[in-house]
Write a protein that binds this ligand. Structure first.
Ligand code: M6R
Length: 608
């Protein structure tokens, strides 16, 4: 959560900082600020609300200077306000700090600092860091930052400047992401790669408990005890800035919905060779894979729904029991893990704190952990035993879309691999399922070619205040994902239920005209789903059904039909998801919502 940018070099820092923050705004947008060292000293400008407010303030009163730090905030400690916005300064106004993460012992530190005469002006945990640095500073900024962070419990990515050192900044991290773009005569510190791509593709990945001293022409990385890190980890970034921009679409979310055929195709590429499912990332001998006796899946939000879909698939195809747990619960649930347990951590960003904590818990208990993530070099990739990448490209819209269907594609591959290793499915069936799976990009393309009906349907429900999403079997997590999309971006209350469970309570919610979205694609429970539709229609609901092309019968049961091409029932999760993403999108747009940056949310949730 929160985005950090720091710049040192020949350019006007305010331009680089504001440009970088715009690319990181998906990480939080409650307030934003910059601190710049110029001829007149250290200037700090902060504004509540989106970055545009800060941009306006800086345009009105320019802040000249070629070194600076900036921040876009997702509030944790202290409400969104100007006092709580970053950067934070010490008592003297000579130290400025931006921070992403949570300092867990900040109350204790505040009391200690206040008792020694420090004047704290905000409600944040971050401000304590500026004052700690002040108290340890004796002319050596790196030593002061190092002493200060040794006092911190919790997570942090930091960029720090001091007026005494107008040509350098200090960056450090623990459990929150921080990278440094290495340019020619300039360097850019940032929470994520898109913020540095305009200047360089060479990226230094700062690791936990490392401190970087950054000037225009050098970056020196040391440990907290001052030992030089000989070969800091470097990454050459292949994708360019354009890939992270809208490419002619109105919003990132719509662009990303349309990128799904490519994301799925890339994720499946090279996964079948001469009848064998290829998944070397598991780094396990075939006998070890065959011995896997239980799979635990941990994930949050949309990634959790991908996990739920794969539970059905892995159990059906590989006959291995699968537990799916929300990461924040897994960690405290005393999970039953033995040598034959495989833990799969699904996280688009690779930085979700709850999932990372779950990964650590699982490994402490001796499990082998495989991560499924979209971000190369992200935290989860360093903490897991193996990584399966989804190749969806950067996802900027806060609502996950293309990374969700790419995750499902990767999980189908994992399920086939387990089924093959265990001999749970005949080879012909594996090859048939693979060839059906390979058709998925075209199936999604077909759905995306004809979206006019979805637009109309979306416009009709613009005034809804509450809705239900129903499904059976694999349709349940699809319904859950549909409901999550709708509430996230349109702020309409949406609940998802197994369709058969509705009569045990939620049916009481139904009022005349209430929209109920039903996943009613062809499958072994189709008739039951139709009965459930009748139950809700008898109570006045308006039914929007996701159905299979060729199902003419469904017209008798639903007000709106969103057709998807036929596929094997077990593979229907991807096609059934696409109309639900678009339905939420069009409803949200008709309501005038900002679909890329919904209120209160952040793209990567790096706090527990
Ligand atoms: O990066 P992750 O996949 O770990 O993120 C998990 C959730 O925070 C994320 O899926 C969230 O629910 C999205 N806003 C969904 O659109």
């Amino acid at each position: 959560m929160c985005g950090i940018v720091g710049y040192v070099g020949p350019r006007q820092a305010s331009d680089v900082l504001i440009g970088g923050l715009a690319r990181l705004e998906y990480r939080g947008y409650d307030s934003a600020g910059v601190a710049i060292i110029g001829e007149n000293g250290l200037d700090i400008v902060r504004r509540v609300g989106k970055l545009v407010n800060l941009t306006g303030a800086v345009a009105e009163t320019p802040v000249p200077g070629t070194i600076g730090i900036g921040h876009t905030r997702w509030a944790t400690h202290g409400r969104p306000s100007e006092e709580n916005a970053h950067p934070h300064a010490d008592c003297t106004g000579r130290v400025a700090v931006v921070h992403n993460g949570i300092i867990e012992n900040y109350v204790e530190l505040r009391e200690e600092l206040a008792a020694t005469g420090h004047m704290l002006r905000s409600e944040t945990d971050t401000e304590t860091i500026a004052h700690l640095i002040e108290s340890y500073y004796d002319g050596d900024l790196v030593a002061a930052v190092s002493s200060a962070i040794k006092r911190l419990d919790g997570s942090y990515a930091l960029a720090v400047m001091h007026l005494d050192h107008p040509g350098m900044m200090v960056a450090a991290r623990k459990d929150s992401p921080l990278i440094i773009g290495i340019g020619e005569g300039e360097n850019v510190v940032a929470s994520d790669i898109p913020a540095v791509l305009e200047y360089t593709r060479e990226v230094l990945i700062l690791n936990d408990d490392q401190i970087a001293t950054v000037s225009g022409d050098a970056v020196r990385v040391t440990t907290l005890d001052g030992h030089e890190v000989g070969a800091p980890e470097m990454l050459h970034v292949e994708w360019d800035l354009e890939a992270a921009e809208k490419g002619g679409f109105e919003d990132f979310m719509l662009k990303e919905i349309f990128e799904q055929p490519k994301a799925i195709r890339e994720t499946l590429r090279g996964r079948m060779c001469e009848g064998e499912i290829q998944l070397s990332e598991l780094d396990m001998a075939p006998e070890q894979v065959a011995r896997i006796g239980r799979v635990y899946i941990i994930a949050c939000g949309t990634s959790f729904h991908a996990g739920m879909i794969s539970k059905t698939i892995i159990e059906q195809w590989a006959r291995v029991p699968v537990e799916v747990e929300v990461s924040s619960e897994f960690r405290y649930s005393d999970p039953i893990i033995d040598d034959d347990t495989l833990v799969v951590a699904i996280t688009q960003s690779g930085e979700t704190a709850d999932t990372l904590a779950g990964v650590r818990e699982a490994r402490d208990r001796g499990a082998k952990v495989i991560a499924i993530t979209n971000v190369v070099g992200s935290r989860v990739t360093r903490e897991s035993d193996g990584v399966i990448y989804t190749h969806a490209g950067p996802e900027i819209g806060v609502a996950a879309t293309k990374t969700f269907t790419a995750q499902i594609a990767a999980l189908y591959v994992l399920a086939l691999k387990l089924a093959q290793a265990k001999g749970a499915l005949p080879q012909e069936r594996i090859e048939h399922l693979w060839s059906e799976l390979s058709r998925m990009p075209e199936i999604v393309e077909t759905i995306l070619e004809d979206i006019d009906g979805l637009k109309e349907c979306g416009a009709r429900y613009v005034g809804a205040s509450s809705s239900l999403f129903l499904g059976r079997g694999i349709g349940v997590p699809v319904a859950m994902e549909g409901a999550l999309k709708l509430k996230e971006i349109s702020y309409i209350h949406a609940e998802a239920y197994p369709a058969g469970e509705m009569k045990h309570g939620p049916i009481a919610l139904i009022t005349e005209g209430m929209p109920i979205v039903v996943v009613a694609t062809q499958g072994h429970t189709y008739e039951k789903v139709v009965s459930n539709i009748q139950e809700v229609r008898a109570r006045g609901a308006q039914v929007i059904a996701v159905a299979t092309h060729g199902d003419d019968e469904i017209h008798r049961h639903a007000e709106h039909i969103l057709y998807v091409p036929a596929t094997a029932e077990s593979l229907s999760a991807i096609p059934a998801t696409i109309p639900l993403q678009l339905l939420s999108y069009y409803i949200a747009k008709a309501r005038g919502c900002n679909v890329d940056q919904p209120r209160n949310l952040a793209k990567s949730v790096t706090v527990e």
